[in-house]
Design a protein around this ligand. Structure first.
Ligand code: ADP
Ligand code: GN1
Ligand code: MG
Length: 338
């Protein structure tokens, strides 16, 4: 444990820490597990200040967790904030995973995020802060990719011609959800915006707690569902390099959609009609963000090796292809569940 970590823990009254070790597989913050002499454990995080305004983020996280607590909904428990650090109680008995291995796990994820959206639908005003503006504005994400390609700071552009060609073939689809939001056909809701599978923790009884609340802000339910499709229907991890292992599994999609639709009774027709599309678009969007970061020199997502972001981007584009191939089948599943 560093002196800084010790000081931060002590400022929150944690004076008996015995060990602080890196934890989890998040791409943004530095997460540590804290052990103490009394046996009580904590999560200590160094919030990524190049991405987040910690004070703004704290405003949303505290409002969201306190509102959920007031409703008796189990959520993250904030112990303290000490910019750029924060401490949560460790969720004992709950685990998160990076890939589904049984359909019921996808069902649990769908149910958990539908409940999360439901629980927050009546959070009192004011509107939550836009923590990262244009977070799910896919045309803006394309612009960021194009800017990174134009700059090509690492001279990597020539090696990604096939990926850029795939992006070009998909550009026409990028604005559909932002356009439907602008026209009012798709409503703004309080959404999580980062519903990847390891942002939900589940106990032995299937009870879920939604974590990583940093991007909980106004958004579209479709990007929440889309990111669930991206991560909870995948047969392999998002950085699996062997593309023959990368595809969306029908039985996981069916379980996920069932779990989500059982809880998300509030969806309107336009939202329902775009559920399957949202999976493709959210996966495409993350793919272009990984590719843009690869071109920009790996400055946003944590990486473990040189081409990590490129491997992730290829993987995501393969998932888009797999979701495209199964579109008619997945549409039939959603219809059958509605
Ligand atoms: P990032 O923003 O970097 O993704 P997260 O907040 O998602 O960071 O935390 C990373 C990982 O740490 C999670 O996927 C989860 O496994 C673990 N984690 C986070 N908060 C808790 C908690 N309160 N209790 C136990 N584990 C947690
Ligand atoms: C990041 O923080 P984490 O690892 O849960 C990212 C998401 C991406 C995801 C891709 C704030 O999520 O938007 O979809 O990586 N979070 C932020 O795996 O950018
Ligand atoms: Mg996370």
């Amino acid at each position: 444990m560093t002196d800084e970590q010790k000081k931060v823990l002590e400022a929150s009254g944690i004076v008996d820490a015995t060990d602080v070790s890196r934890y989890g597989s998040g791409h943004i913050n530095e997460t540590y597990k804290v052990e103490t002499a009394s046996g009580v454990r904590y999560i200590l995080q160094r919030v990524n200040t190049t991405i987040f305004d910690v004070d703004l983020l704290k405003t949303n996280v505290v409002r969201v967790t306190e509102f959920l607590k007031s409703k008796g909904v189990k959520s993250l428990e904030v112990v303290g904030y000490d910019n750029p650090w924060r401490i949560y109680k460790f969720l004992e008995g709950y685990t998160s995973r990076d890939v589904v291995s049984e359909p019921h796990q996808a069902y649990d994820v769908g149910r958990a995020f539908a409940k999360f959206q439901n629980d927050l639908a009546d959070i009192p005003p004011p509107r939550l802060e836009d923590i990262i503006p244009k977070f799910h504005d896919t045309p803006n994400r394309l612009k960021q990719l194009d800017d990174a390609a134009a700059k090509d700071v690492k001279g990597r552009l020539q090696s990604v011609a096939a990926e850029m060609a795939f992006v070009d073939s998909w550009r026409k689809n990028a604005s559909r959800i932002v356009d439907l939001m602008a026209s009012g056909e798709i409503p703004e809701r309080v959404t999580h915006n980062d519903t990847k599978i390891n942002n939900v923790m589940i106990d032995a009884n299937g009870e879920a707690v939604v974590i990583d609340l940093d991007t909980t802000m106004p958004g579209s339910a479709l990007f929440d569902f889309g990111d669930m499709v991206r991560t909870s229907t995948a047969a392999a991890a998002e950085d699996e390099a062997d593309l023959s292992k990368v595809f969306a599994k029908r039985e996981y999609f069916e379980a996920l959609a069932k779990g989500y639709l059982e809880g998300a009774k509030f969806l309107n027709e336009a939202e329902r009609a775009n559920l399957v599309f949202s999976g493709k678009l959210a996966t495409f969007e993350v793919g272009i963000r990984f590719l843009a970061d690869y071109l920009a020199g790996d400055v946003y997502f944590h990486t473990k090796y040189d081409d990590h972001n490129l491997v992730r981007a290829r993987n995501q584009f393969q998932m888009v292809r797999s979701l495209e191939e199964q579109t008619a089948d997945f549409e039939a599943i959603v219809k059958g569940l509605s």
